[in-house]
Design a protein around this ligand. Structure first.
Ligand SMILES: CSC[C@H]1O[C@H](OP(=O)(O)O)[C@H](O)[C@@H]1O
Length: 346
């Protein structure tokens, strides 16, 4: 991916982000120079996606300490950023990590160290997602080999058996991270490996992040088809999906997973039709302090995103998929069953 496509980069004491509220129509960049600008960018989803929200919050701490770094200021900076969005644990994980590094330091040295730590969080996210791509590719290669061994391979009435058909929900591509993406990382790795692949892209109402996924895949020259969210069940029933791969905003210790609203319905339909359902996420998205999905705060966003003020609406931004419906979780440390997460605990 070229630098010009980067979601977030440093620029002389500020942070330049790709404004995702302008995509897919326009590729517009925003310069964040203050704590308030960083908080607003997260809150209104100029940057979005759990890992990218975490990295942006980390840089937001550095921006917030530009003038002074005393305890009161640090508390205000952490509270301001922590109040932006509740569900993606990466935001709170990043702020906790920044606090742990900065609190023991004298106020005068906190600013420089904050930039260094934010830079490390961003670099670690990119590396983790690259590894997710490698582990996810192995799964796709297994599916491809299994398909080719099927009787009548290549003569499916509904789709090309030689091609691995992946379904995804929302956007968990490089736009949602510092680099590579999570759910789309195996897709990009498959492209590089020459594995024939097609992606069913769920539009993902009401913010239609699926169109971000389509924009990404178009940029990559990856075959894809956008579908209405409600069409997923038919495609799964018709045998036109070989696996579902989604991202995550918070994975509880038991493997229950919060992700964009609509994920749970796809998991139910996938299980009903024997299609493997994978969650792809870095370890920074696993919240071991959260025992089950019932403990995950679900963000309720402004109803105007859905009803435009004309009708009464409910607008939960996420839902929780029970671990029992998740075939495996693809992390930078490998692929594991939801009931094996404890082995990944730091
Ligand atoms: C790689 S995490 C992507 C994750 O975040 C998205 O939520 P939002 O667009 O509201 O930030 C969605 O749940 C994606 O799966």
């Amino acid at each position: 991916m070229s630098e010009a496509l980067a979601t977030l980069r440093e620029d002389e004491g500020a942070v330049v982000i790709l404004d995702q509220t302008r995509l897919p129509g326009a590729r517009q960049f925003c310069r964040l120079s203050t704590l308030e600008q960083a908080a607003e960018a997260i809150r209104v989803m100029r940057v979005r996606g759990a890992p990218l929200i975490g990295a942006t919050a980390a840089y937001g701490v550095a921006l917030g300490l530009a003038e002074e770094g005393g305890d009161t200021r640090l508390d205000h900076v952490l509270a301001t950023l922590g109040a932006t969005r509740p569900t993606a644990v990466n935001l709170h994980w990043a702020l906790d990590r920044m606090a742990a590094v900065l609190r023991p330091l004298p106020a005068a040295s906190r600013r420089a160290v904050a930039w260094t730590e934010a830079r490390a969080i961003a670099a670690e996210d990119a590396a983790a997602n690259g590894a997710i791509g490698v582990h996810g590719l192995a799964l796709l290669q297994e599916i491809h080999a299994r398909n080719l061994a099927l009787p009548g391979a290549g003569h499916s009435p509904t789709h090309d058996i030689d091609c691995v058909n992946v379904m995804t929900h929302c956007n968990a591509g490089w736009l949602a991270t510092v680099a590579h993406g999570t759910a789309l990382a195996p897709v990009y790795a498959a492209r590089e490996a020459g594995l024939p692949l097609h992606v069913w892209v769920s539009e993902t109402r009401p913010r239609n992040q699926g169109l971000l996924t389509a924009w990404e895949l178009d940029q990559a020259g990856a075959p894809h088809t956008v579908i209405a969210d409600n069409a997923a069940g038919l495609l799964l029933m018709q045998g036109r999906v070989d696996c579902v791969i989604v991202g995550a905003d918070r994975i509880a210790a038991n493997g229950d997973t919060a992700n964009k609203v609509g994920t749970y319905l796809k998991a139910l339909a996938a299980r009903a039709h024997g299609v493997p359902f994978y969650v792809a996420a870095p370890l920074s998205t696993i919240d071991f302090a959260c025992f089950t999905g019932g403990d995950i705060p679900i963000e309720e966003r402004d109803g105007n995103e859905l009803g435009h003020g004309l009708v009464p609406v409910a607008n939960p931004a996420f839902d929780v998929t029970p671990a029992a419906l998740i075939t495996a979780i693809i992390t930078e440390r490998g692929v594991c069953r939801p009931d094996q997460l404890a082995s990944l605990q730091p």
